[in-house]
Design a protein around this ligand. Sequence first.
Ligand SMILES: Cc1cc2nc3c(=O)[nH]c(=O)nc-3n(C[C@H](O)[C@H](O)[C@H](O)COP(=O)(O)O)c2cc1C
Length: 274
Amino acid sequence: MEKLVRIKRLTLKNPFIASSGTCGYANVEEIPLHLFGAAVTKTITFTPREGNRPPRLAETPAGLINSIGLQNMGLSAFKTFLQDFVKPTTLLVSVGGETPEEFSSILHELSKYDIIDGFELNLSCPNLRLGGEVVGKDYISVSTILDACVKATNKPILVKLSPFTEELGKILDYWEPLLEGFVLFNTFPAMEIDLKSGQPLLGAVSGGLSGPAIYPIVLNSVYKHKDHTIIASGGIASPQIAQKFILAGAKALEIGTANLWNPEFIKSLVSEEE
Ligand SMILES: Cc1cc2nc3c(=O)[nH]c(=O)nc-3n(C[C@H](O)[C@H](O)[C@H](O)COP(=O)(O)O)c2cc1C
């Protein structure tokens, strides 16, 4: 039996959401996406992006470092893709950009599509004009983007933050009534060194760490902010870890790396729910 989850305006058939970047454009056939309560697309930017130099993935003892670099088809091709797309479950579109205007114009354009149930703003995008710092660095930068976004769409908005966002409590307090919820967190900055060459393993040198290595850190923040509408993201790679996040107060759970390691991982969670 599936367990309905009501966030605010969104009702999901269960609390499990396939994370952005780990299920394509919610169209990866190897993953049974229909079993998830929702699926989030790869982050869409205004123009297409080729992503970072390879290698882009490094395995570590308890997680994965990726430096995909927001490779995606861009807004215009995504609109064409949507025309005959049949969604497997509730569809959330991840949106990225470097400026508030980029975010808001993507939201404005995509709000016309009934197939889209809501948006997830990826505020961990690097702002290349500001030396690669994340666009949602602190209260002011997050709020400037959100001010523009809430005016651009009537669809539910989730905001996905970087783990090092400054003034997190202030952001959650101010924006709680205006948003669907907060996704804590995106990946953690990390790198790996190749012992054979003595050089950084990733083409981009640094990437983002995901997987079980990060879950206790994310759990700590989810518990601390449990009075807000929190969707947990980070290291949910077993039914037991999923249960811990529910106990910590998360309203829903995003699953990322676990889908890459085992495309059928969701089956272990859904049967756990029965
Ligand atoms: C290969 C890969 C690509 C990712 N791409 C994106 C992305 O495009 N946008 C985004 O917001 N997060 C992206 N993420 C982050 C995940 O959505 C997720 O927040 C993070 O990996 C932590 O969850 P996990 O430990 O369950 O993987 C990516 C993660 C991985 C592993």
